[in-house]
Design a protein around this ligand. Sequence first.
Ligand code: GTP
Ligand code: MG
Length: 319
Amino acid sequence: MNDLLDRFRNGDRRALARLITHVENETPTGRAAMRELYGDTGRARSIGITGPPGAGKSTLVDRLALQFRQEALKVAIVAVDPSSPFTGGAILADRVRMRKLADDPEVFIRSMATRGALGGLSRTTGSVLKVLDAFGFDVVLLETVGVGQGEVEVVREAETCIVLEVPGLGDSIQAIKAGVLEIGHIFVVNKADKPGADRVVEQILGMLGLNPTPPEWQPPVIETVATRGEGMKELADQIRAHWSHLDEKSLRRRHIGLRRVADLGEILKGRALGMISEKILAQSGYEELKQQVERGDVDPFEAADRLLPFDGSEDWRLP
Ligand SMILES: Nc1nc2c(ncn2[C@@H]2O[C@H](COP(=O)(O)OP(=O)(O)OP(=O)(O)O)[C@@H](O)[C@H]2O)c(=O)[nH]1
Ligand SMILES: [Mg+2]
């Protein structure tokens, strides 16, 4: 683990890749490394990109990465892919990536397959972002398919959230989910080369206008043609404007602060679970009771009462 960390700190990308795997799988090495690296985090800018399947997220992320590379920023791309039996998930995300990026030593690309399980994914994603941050990337782009609550949680890990929409999804009002509307700092109507893009822009603006108290940050809505790189300069400008806004209002510090508190809660939960498991497993009757539960002779609540008598509330109270 120390050897791995040394290589990581020396900028070894293979060590970075291995460390991410440890963190994803929540191995003891991964946990120990997080502890070591935590102090080196808080510098990288994170940008989440979400939108419906096939909206052009990967294409746009690639273009955006090129844009940042032109400004000599070091860029990492993380594609969170709910692997589906139809698309092959993570494999697909890799396939569409541009050659130019894959060959650039200052660009790091990583796919995270979720295998359908979204529980804990935002936590793992948050840790992976921290690892990339500690490694020294200036910008981390996080791509995720916006299909459900789990993905929304994942994008929330990023400080700037870009929501992609496209023309031609039928009634867009149906397609733009309320939850997604809330998290977007910048809205992008991609595939603006197709008919109906202006109408989608109008619809988004209309929905944003419904907000009774205008927020301090008015999310811009821009059109792009990611395949041709059109609109990328404007998108990059808007991202930078959002960064300035976050810095001016100390919102960035707040975002990081809230993440830190969430991490404290996770660490405590992990430790509490560890302490309690040890106690439970050490009890002589544990295996026998487990079998009784399996046979249906004892119900799980009854067994839990015997193994871990508890008269408090079962609500989580930790941060
Ligand atoms: N006409 C047009 N096609 C585009 C545009 N942007 C992307 N595409 C195409 O749309 C298809 C899907 O693009 P991706 O970038 O893979 O979309 P995605 O949102 O990452 O897809 P998933 O990750 O599978 O959800 C590809 O064939 C792209 O070439 C655009 O601006 N205009
Ligand atoms: Mg994609």
